[in-house]
Write a protein that binds this ligand. Structure first.
Ligand code: GLY
Length: 401
């Protein structure tokens, strides 16, 4: 085992919490290791099927196992985290090979017409640049950020989430998840000094803070603007229980995403939006602190959980607590994040359940309305669970976002 400057030593002062979480880190790293042996440089599907990740299915021109769609960056993301958590060089080598494939994907222009370039390239290429100074990865991430800017719509001042820019159903529509794609643009601004990146982040996030967060502090999954006039039109859902319900993962993206974008822009409204998302999320948790897939459901409703929403919220609450100026509030957010992480470790992992699985975290929902990945593991749930563990067990861990 070799270490490098990017490897962060486990907290030598070893807080009680860090010591408590050490077995969970070991179990998670073991699953990441096994998945490297199983998948090598290919990509698993978005979610498990009966607790096993199949290879990503063939689709259109893409063969089975190819690097396509929005979740493949979570594979190297987990490997970079596992490297930092263990110092095991096998993880760095695997993640670096994925960076090469993301550079290829960018050069080839494969499946890049989505706002999810932020999820993909932050973890696959910004992370290696941050951790190892990989200049080729940096160049690919900058090219991806430039491509993402092509989705910025005037006069609405938003980045269109899905679909072709000419698609009348999708033109003028964005989604709360997009908040996590903005750090790629903020990073590109830091790297290049080009103001257009910072302006896009500031305008897009201001629109979301004003319109995607409802008066009661819940959130819409998606929101539509008139593409011609730029006027805000209406909120809808794609993955929630209804247009007026509160999709749990969306609310969790709101906590983490607004907290990150507050730091990038300095805009107080984004801090307030993060607080409002957090307060609503925490007020709508069931007894065991792990959200049902839509926050309109609670204990006794017979609905599945979304452990991935819980993992994202655990990271988001930790991030929000770091920047929250009110000390009592900061403590409450930090404490709630730890409570959620403990609940995941104790009740939602293969070790806790005594089952064998390729997933680090069991019991997520991808899209209940679409019938995708219901009560299964998923790549992003695994990533954010490991990130939450890194946040609490590594001294001075720095986020990739
Ligand atoms: N970003 C897509 C999802 O959360 O399902």
């Amino acid at each position: 085992m070799t270490t490098s400057p990017a490897h962060v030593a486990p907290d030598a002062g070893a807080s009680t919490l860090a010591r408590e979480l050490t077995p969970a880190v070991g179990a998670a790293a073991q699953i990441v290791r096994r998945n490297i042996a199983r998948f090598a440089d290919e990509y698993p599907d978005d979610t498990t099927h009966h607790n096993r990740y199949p290879l990503r299915p063939a689709s259109g021109p893409f063969p089975e196992g190819a690097n396509r769609d929005w979740t493949t960056g979570f594979v190297p993301g987990q490997q970079w985290l596992a490297w930092q958590l263990t110092g095991d060089e096998q993880f760095r080598a695997a993640a670096a090979r994925h960076a090469l494939d993301f550079e290829r994907r960018q050069r080839a222009g494969e499946d890049l017409d989505t706002h999810d370039l932020g999820f993909l390239y932050t973890l696959a290429c910004v992370a290696p640049w941050r951790l190892t100074g990989d200049q080729d990865a940096r160049a690919a991430a900058l090219a991806a950020a430039d491509h993402l800017m092509g989705r910025f719509l005037e006069p609405a001042g938003i980045i269109q989430a899905w679909g072709d820019l000419d698609d009348p159903e999708q033109r003028g529509r964005t989604i709360i998840d997009s908040l996590m794609n903005m750090p790629l643009l903020s990073w590109a601004f830091e790297q290049t000094g080009e103001q257009r990146y910072a302006d896009a982040v500031r305008r897009h996030t201001a629109q979301l803070a004003e319109h995607i967060v409802r008066a009661d502090d819940s959130t819409f999954h998606t929101f539509h603007w008139d593409p011609v006039t730029g006027q805000p039109l209406r909120g809808t859902t794609a993955q929630g229980a209804g247009d007026d319900s509160c999709w749990a993962r969306g609310q969790a993206w709101g906590i983490y995403g607004f907290a990150l974008n507050f730091q990038a822009t300095g805009s107080q409204e984004l801090l307030v939006a993060a607080e409002r998302c957090a307060d609503y999320f925490l007020a709508h948790l069931p007894a065991d602190h792990v959200a049902f897939w839509d926050l309109d459901f609670t204990d006794g409703d017979g609905q599945p959980r979304d452990s991935s929403a819980a993992a994202i919220a655990a990271c988001g609450l930790h991030e929000l607590a770091r920047v929250e100026p009110d000390g009592a509030r900061a403590d409450a957010y930090a404490g709630a994040g730890v409570q959620i992480l403990r609940a995941l470790v104790a009740g939602y992992t293969p070790a806790a359940e005594g089952v064998d699985s390729d997933a680090l975290l069991l019991h997520a929902v991808y899209s209940l309305p679409a019938g995708w990945g219901i009560d299964e593991g998923c790549l992003w749930g695994d990533y954010f669970y490991l990130e939450a563990l890194a946040r609490h067990t590594l001294a001075d861990w720095k986020r990739y976002w």
